[in-house]
Design a protein around this ligand. Structure first.
Ligand code: GLY
Ligand code: MN
Ligand code: MN
Length: 436
């Protein structure tokens, strides 16, 4: 059996064991119209993909737990006419074989088969509210089953959400996933380096975007993992800026937040660098402060540390720096306690990373305490500093926005920085930019 097949089958087995009994219905994402008859590029549902490896639209996984556990796929039929227009589709027989299901059927058979499979099940696992069409389909199916009550058919009396089970599984990256995450991170890191080499004053932000997209696709990534941010000068102070159409000016910094998706797995990198290749003194002061905060946060990523430890480490460095640079006043402790730092740093320091860029998984435990980091978890570390014009802020800092973001994997003893190839010290950035 090939490694991918073994991996996906073992995920389904783990999920079936976690369910105990009952039937889970896990649909993939619907295709979405962009305008008139053009679609957005299709992206499968992450959890469906996690359990199947199957990328086609119009498919659903049924997991039947219990003594005779089964994984059943419903998917599109083969259709030679449609395949001339839209391309290859597996069809149930080949999908069953290729992806290792116990059975596979046409989507046309789903409603009838659901009635049989759901009859007399004690539990139904279904994520209500994710898709109105699926909610309606399930409701219709349950109502049909209820109509059979006089023939002795019972309807599941427990509805469970399968998402917490799948989310918890997805939080721990297997070696198979870690290898893809590493490659996704590596492609994005090279792409950021390319952007540093190609930037010139007078370029438009989208022209710089073209450089890293070029590298994503050249190296086999299927898509950007999220809407890329290319923000010159003051635009970097807008956290989710994505117009990406302004002129990049000599003397400004440019912030790029961009990552790619490789075989479903996201990378998520931010780098900030001078458009003209050389940091000014004030840019350097702020940049080195954010970098020091980021390095402190990365050092705090280790098994047994709380999820919040990297954020707290970054905050401690930033609060001290804001006081030293006279952006904040009073002691660093007072700045932390009052929250005054939020004028310049208003987001948290990272998030889980995986099939979704803001990946699934709880951040707190059942007692509402931050959960502990464990080997196999992957996350971003992304402190920043954003200085908008304001009365009490020294003018030389105005309109500087900086974020430095890396992707890390928690290991047995600490963490691996998966995006280490993207240069980030002042000296390394300037050296790379001068050789280009
Ligand atoms: N690029 C999205 C984020 O950094 O969270
Ligand atoms: Mn991020
Ligand atoms: Mn990001």
């Amino acid at each position: 059996m090939n490694a991918a097949l073994t991996e996906f089958k073992s995920r389904r087995q783990t999920m079936l064991a976690a369910m105990g009994v009952g039937l889970a219905i896990i649909p993939t994402a619907a295709e979405v119209i962009r305008n008139r008859d053009s679609h957005y590029p299709y992206r499968f549902d992450s959890s469906f993909y996690y359990l199947t490896g199957f990328k086609e639209p119009d498919a659903v996984l049924l997991l039947l737990a219990g003594d005779e556990a089964k994984s059943i796929l419903f998917c599109r039929d083969k259709d030679p006419e449609r395949e001339i227009w839209d391309g290859f589709r597996y069809g149930p027989a080949a999908a069953c074989e290729e992806f290792g299901f116990d059975a596979a059927y046409s989507m046309d058979e789903l409603d009838a088969q659901l009635l049989t499979l759901l009859a007399n099940q004690p539990k139904l696992y279904f994520g209500l509210g994710a898709n109105a069409a699926w909610d309606a389909r399930l409701t219709a199916c349950l109502n049909s089953l209820r109509e059979q009550a006089r023939s002795g058919v019972s309807v599941p009396d427990t509805l469970c959400d399968p998402r917490p089970l799948m989310d918890e599984m997805r939080l721990y990256k297997s070696p198979f996933e870690q290898a893809i995450l590493r490659e996704s991170a590596d492609i994005a890191a090279t792409a950021h380096n390319r952007a540093m080499q190609f930037v010139r004053p007078g370029m438009r932000e989208y022209q710089l975007e073209a450089e890293f997209l070029h590298e994503f696709y050249r190296q086999g990534a299927q898509a950007p993992a999220y809407n890329s941010i290319v923000a010159g000068g003051a635009n970097a102070c807008t956290l989710h800026y994505n117009a990406n159409n302004a002129v990049l000016r000599d003397g400004d910094l440019v912030l790029i937040d961009a990552g790619c998706e490789l075989d479903g797995y996201a990378s998520d990198i931010s780098r900030t660098f001078p458009v003209n290749g050389k940091f000014s003194a004030v840019q350097k002061d702020l940049y080195e402060l954010v970098l020091a905060a980021q390095l402190a946060a990365i050092a705090a990523v280790r098994p047994g540390h709380a999820w919040s430890a990297p954020h707290e480490a970054a905050l401690a460095v930033l609060a001290q720096g804001f006081v030293d640079l006279k952006l904040c006043h009073g002691s660093p402790q007072a700045v932390l306690e009052s929250g005054d730092y939020r004028q310049f740093y208003m987001h948290r320091t990272g998030h889980w990373l995986g099939l979704d860029v803001h990946d699934v998984g709880e951040y707190k435990d059942k007692n509402q305490q931050w959960r502990s980091l464990e080997a196999g978890m992957s996350l971003t570390v992304e402190p920043g500093c954003y200085i908008r014009p304001a009365a009490k802020v020294p003018e030389h800092f105005w309109n500087i926005g900086i974020r430095i973001e890396d992707d890390v994997l928690v290991t047995a003893t600490g963490c691996d920085v998966l995006t280490a190839k993207a240069v980030k010290s002042v000296a390394d950035i300037e050296a790379l930019m001068q050789t280009s």
